[in-house]
Design a protein around this ligand. Structure first.
Ligand SMILES: C[S@@+](CC[C@H](N)C(=O)[O-])C[C@H]1O[C@@H](n2cnc3c(N)ncnc32)[C@H](O)[C@@H]1O
Length: 232
C-alpha cells in the first residue's frame, strides 16, 4: 500500500490531523483562532469549521460547540480532531444555518470562503468550497450575517473575518443593517494570498474603499475580525 503521509498541525497544546480534501490552516485560520474570544459555558456555532481548529480550541476553552461544514470530509475531520484532543464538539453537515434550524447561540463565528471569484471561474471541488466567495466575495458572508439575529441569544455575538479589500465600512454597515452593533475587534497584515494574484483585476474592480495599492502588485492584505452584538 502506498504511504502518502499524514499532515499534522500542532498549536496551543493541541494536535490536529488535516485530511486530504480539507483545507490546511492558512493565515486567516490562525488570525481567526488567535483573536476569537470564547468564554466557558458559552454555546458557540462555527459555520465552515474545516478540520476543526477553532471549534476544538473553543471547546477546550469550555464552550459547547456546534461546528458545521458543507464537506463531509471536514465534518469527519472535526469529529476526529475533537476525539484526538479529548473535547466534545457537535459536528454537523450542511449549508449555512440549515443544520441549526431553530437553535440559538451566544456566539456565531465564521472564517468563511470570501475570495471574489470572476464569473464562470467557480468550481465545485473542496478547495473552491474553502476559498470561493461568489463574484463579489460576500456570497456566504451575506448569508451568515443575515441569518445571525435569528440564531443569537440576547446580547449574543456574531464574529467573522474579512479581507480588507471587501470593505471595512461595507462590513460594518451590513452588520448594522442586520440589527447588530458592529465593531472591528482585531486586524492584522497578512501576505497577499496567492489565489488573489490570479484574480487581481477582478478584485481591484471591487475594491471600492481603496484597500489595495492602485497600480503596484499588492504584497500584503489587511485581515479584519468583525463583531456584531445583538442589542437585546
Ligand atoms: C476558509 S475555510 C475555513 C476553515 C476553518 N474555519 C479555518 O479557519 O481554517 C472555509 C470553510 O467553509 C466551508 N464552507 C464553504 N461553504 C460553506 C457553506 N455554505 N456552509 C458551511 N460551510 C461552508 C468550506 O468547506 C471550508 O471548510
Amino acid at each position: 500500500m502506498a504511504d502518502d503521509g499524514v499532515l499534522l498541525y500542532a498549536v496551543a497544546g493541541c494536535l490536529f490531523r488535516v485530511p486530504d480534501g480539507v483545507q490546511p490552516p492558512k493565515a486567516g485560520s490562525r488570525f481567526f483562532q488567535r483573536h476569537l474570544r470564547v468564554s466557558p459555558g458559552e454555546r458557540v456555532l462555527e459555520i465552515g469549521a474545516g478540520f476543526g481548529l477553532t471549534a476544538v480550541l473553543a471547546a477546550r476553552a469550555g464552550a459547547r460547540v456546534v461546528a458545521t461544514d458543507v464537506l463531509p470530509a471536514a465534518v469527519a475531520a472535526v469529529r476526529q480532531n475533537a476525539l484526538l484532543n479529548g473535547v466534545a464538539v457537535d459536528p454537523r453537515l450542511g449549508d449555512g444555518y440549515a443544520p441549526v434550524a431553530g437553535e440559538r447561540f451566544d456566539l456565531i463565528c465564521s472564517n468563511p470562503p470570501q475570495m471574489p471569484t470572476p464569473p464562470g471561474r467557480d468550481r465545485d471541488d473542496p478547495l473552491a468550497a474553502a476559498d470561493n466567495g461568489g463574484v463579489d466575495g460576500w456570497e456566504i458572508l451575506d448569508r451568515v450575517i443575515a441569518g445571525a439575529r435569528a440564531h443569537l441569544e440576547p446580547r449574543g455575538r456574531l464574529a467573522f473575518t474579512i479581507f480588507g479589500f471587501l470593505g471595512r465600512k461595507a462590513a460594518l454597515a451590513k452588520v448594522e443593517a442586520a440589527g447588530l452593533s458592529p465593531e472591528v475587534v482585531a486586524s492584522e497584515t497578512e501576505a497577499f494570498p496567492r489565489i488573489g494574484y490570479e484574480r487581481l483585476d477582478h478584485i481591484r474592480a471591487l475594491d471600492a474603499e481603496g484597500a489595495l495599492p492602485p497600480r503596484d502588485p499588492p504584497r500584503s492584505v489587511e485581515r479584519l475580525l468583525i463583531q456584531g452584538t445583538a442589542r437585546d
